[in-house]
Design a protein around this ligand. Sequence first.
Ligand SMILES: Cc1ncc(COP(=O)(O)O)c(C=O)c1O
Length: 428
Amino acid sequence: ISLGSCTMKLNAASELLPLSRPEFTNIHPLAPEEQATGYRELVDNLSEMLKVITGLTGVSLQPNSGAAGEYAGLRVIRSYLESIRQGHRNKVLIPASAHGTNPASAVQAGFDTITCACDELGNVDMKDLKEKAESNRKELAALMITYPSTHGIFETEIKEICRIIHACGAQVYMDGANMNAQVGLTNPGTIGADVCHLNLHKTFASPHGGGGPGVGPICVAKHLTPFLPGHGIFGNQQNEVSAAPFGSAGILPITYGYIRMIGAEGLTQTAKIAVLNANYLAACLNETYGTVYRGENGFVGHEMILECRKITEETGITENDIAKRLMDYGYHAPTLSFPVHGTLMIEPTESESLAELDNFVNTMLHIWIEIQEVKNNEADKADNVLINAPHPEYEIVGDWSHAYSREKAAYPIDSVKENKFWINVARV
Ligand SMILES: Cc1ncc(COP(=O)(O)O)c(C=O)c1O
């Protein structure tokens, strides 16, 4: 499973170029410090940049993924609580809009989890949050909150949420995997979080890979810095989470190069465009599919959840059929049925051009027409382009007995005629 799979932004080749230099690639992760002074400078400079970006004081680049960052951050919180004689605090409050890795990491780190409800708009239900924080006041270790949330919105009450949790003597863990909607505009330090992780493979240009290598650094507020992961090589193994002292250090030059090349202004611009692109798609698809959640001001954040449940009710066509049909149009299916069943979650990111966004909108609207054909009985309910999708080349050139044409299956719009990506396998 690839890391950070919901943010598949495009990364420039220039960011990867340093990795072809032997000075970067030929070094062993456990090389003695005096043979790696250049790397150390890069690690220190990058850490300083991440402190500025997150508004926090300490950084560890050791975790190898976002989820590993969550685990490391929670261990840091536990160590801190133990140091102030609050080690008995063993519960972590997690809103339903959090990313799925949050509860998994909390359990892995030995905590019990409590789920906090969300309201109809997708925001944290403040009444439920207050009640659960209050009734678990003495045992509460932390809140883990994804911001902007997996519901694709910025919680307007985020500062109040942090205040409530702190008033209970607990810590706030902000899942910063969606940081590409924040950089330069706001940050975990500003909202009052104590710990956050970043997904360098989502926000800062390193590749997702097939399971890695990833980097999920944690950034922490001042009172937590003494508890950051150490490493045996430095004679202090506290909260160590990776065999190598700086985790996947070999790919740090990518993020370093990305930040240096794009600069502070460029980073802020990417955050604005990430949010703009998601809102552009949401606006273009509002009259047809519609989005499940919007923030209080009517906008989505970095991503949006496309409503498909009504379509299923009316036509039998599911979000799964739409995802598979997208492959016929050359698109990798977006996140499916997460975090809301019966929906598609789409995150265009800042890296897609307007032309590409328009092509995607055109594709989704064309699929909408195909859905209407099923609804209006113009297409056979049991044999249509959606439920049979995707259509690989071997099916198109083979015997054909479908109620629709080969052309409709394989070349539904002009852009596909010009640039067809053939899927290898049909639906199993
Ligand atoms: C909000 C959020 N948190 C955490 C993660 C987990 O990151 P990783 O896949 O690097 O473990 C993701 C991954 O996409 C995410 O979107």
